[in-house]
Design a protein around this ligand. Structure first.
Ligand SMILES: [Zn+2]
Length: 60
């Protein structure tokens, strides 16, 4: 009974990690002009990559 409970919770944890990692990548897109990965949820990053001839954002 106890063993079954532990195994089930470990399995759920691994599944959640995999799903969140995949869904994070869905939000990123390579900018066709500067080649930088853009997070489409970040309105400031998206706006930065709109004009033609822009520079890549500084990486922190
Ligand atoms: Zn860009």
């Amino acid at each position: 009974m106890i063993n079954a409970t532990i195994l089930r919770s470990v399995g759920l944890g691994q599944g959640r990690d995999t799903v969140s990692r995949d869904s994070e990548l869905v939000h990123f897109e390579l900018c066709p002009m500067c080649g930088q990965a853009v997070d489409r949820r970040d309105i400031y990053a998206v706006m930065h990559h709109l004009p033609v001839g822009h520079e890549p954002l500084p990486v922190h």
